[in-house]
Design a binder for this molecule. Structure first.
Ligand code: SAM
Ligand code: SF4
Ligand code: SF4
Length: 364
């Protein structure tokens, strides 16, 4: 496994000033005064890709111990947990994985989640992050079930590079067809996420921008992160947001655009000719922990308070006990109140913990 050979300081890391306004809702705040607003639910730890930075084949081989079905939360258990989280302030739910479209009948879960209402009577915003291999065939069912938006992960346009990065024989055209179908059925605006790695796919930045410019989808470039323990992350492979913008500015006329909402993770830029926008997610060079209002639920019912957490908090045993919703809510609120996680900021200071959960297990 490679070791980081550059120091975090060499990235000029600076934490952002938090913009989250902890107002309204239940008054539930963590140790850093962050409210709970977003719930990311990983519905499976399985995937049909073996992206080298997420599920390298040598670690996630055919004899890897994936979770057996009875270990997974059922759709009813997930919906119950989500409805409790909504009473605590959650306004957005994102389904992820592993590959969420591999979970059988995931549209039935979406149908249940779409019934949830915030204490103010608003529907909960429902999104999904997917590799889109099954999206063209599932988009209409997802939309009908009540999904609002999708984010599609795509790290290269070039077909041989795409196969190499996803370590699969899925054609890139299938992903592109999934994106178009999602937009066509109204799962829009479709966001397209590209994780950029130096010397691996940074030559795809401009072709990706050129392809998506004017198509109505929001392309977002993501700094490569040291999630999990299995991808052999190396700081030398991080292309910073500033470097990405430099590359794009040499080719296109772009200008910064205002954030859409408090705590938006992407820095937005728009093409001055009005042909769309792009986003940059600087999780490494300019972390946004101060605004992080996200809690993650793993496939078998553990809450994780940070993408880089080393431990989770079991709620499945409570969901499978006689505990009432109020008792479960009290337990989860206690967990949130104790939260002081800010891994990406600590990484910049060189004091971050080493053991982390895998991204394919808790989702991005
Ligand atoms: N399988 C789905 C997909 O790929 O969209 C959902 C789960 S995947 C773990 C969620 C997101 O995490 C993807 O956009 C992926 O690119 C991103 N991701 C995985 N490993 C990453 C890493 N080391 N750094 C940055 N993003 C990563
Ligand atoms: Fe699968 Fe998504 Fe991880 Fe790639 S990033 S291996 S598609 S879970
Ligand atoms: Fe949130 Fe943890 Fe990422 Fe910071 S490092 S933004 S606390 S998930």
């Amino acid at each position: 496994m490679n070791k980081p050979s550059a120091s975090p300081e060499s990235l000029n890391v600076s934490a952002r000033t938090p913009t989250v306004k902890p107002v309204g809702g239940t008054g539930l705040l963590d140790q850093l005064h962050r409210p709970l607003r977003d719930l990311r639910i990983s519905v499976t730890d399985r995937c049909n890709f073996r992206c080298t930075y997420c599920m390298p084949r040598e670690v996630f081989s055919s004899d890897h111990a994936f979770l057996p079905q009875p270990e997974l939360l059922s759709f009813e258990e997930i919906t119950r947990m989500a409805s409790i989280a909504v009473t605590m302030g959650v306004q957005k739910i994102r389904l992820t994985g592993g590959e969420p479209l591999l979970r059988k009948h995931v549209e039935n879960l979406i149908e249940q989640l779409a019934q949830l209402r915030t204490p103010q009577g608003q529907p909960v915003e429902l999104a999904m992050t997917t590799n889109a291999t099954l999206l063209a065939q599932k988009a209409q069912a997802l939309k009908t079930a009540g999904l609002h938006r999708v984010t599609v992960s795509l790290d290269a346009l070039d077909s041989s590079r795409f196969s190499q990065l996803s370590d699969s024989n899925v054609a890139v055209e299938r992903v592109l067809a999934g994106i178009e179908k999602a937009a066509e059925v109204g799962l829009a605006p479709v966001k397209v996420n590209m994780v950029v790695r130096k010397g691996i796919n940074d030559d795809q930045i401009v072709p990706m921008a050129r392809y998506f410019k004017g198509r109505g989808h929001a392309l977002r470039f993501i700094e490569y992160m040291d999630v999990g323990n299995s991808n052999g992350w190396n700081l030398d492979e991080v292309v910073t947001g500033a470097e990405i913008i430099q590359k794009l500015s040499a080719e296109f006329d772009i200008e910064p655009a205002a954030a859409n909402y408090y705590g938006e993770v992407a820095d937005r830029y728009r093409y001055t000719d009005g042909s769309g926008e792009i986003g940059i997610i600087t999780s490494v060079s300019n972390p946004f922990c101060g605004d992080c209002t996200r809690m993650r639920l793993s496939p078998e019912g553990q809450f994780f308070l940070c993408l880089f957490a080393s431990r989770g908090y079991d709620v499945r045993s409570l969901l499978r006990s006689e505990a009432t919703d109020n008792e479960i809510a009290a337990h989860v609120m206690e967990i949130w109140r104790g939260r002081g996680d800010r891994y990406s900021e600590l990484r910049g200071l060189g004091t971050a913990p080493k053991d982390k959960i895998e991204m394919s297990y808790i989702g991005g």
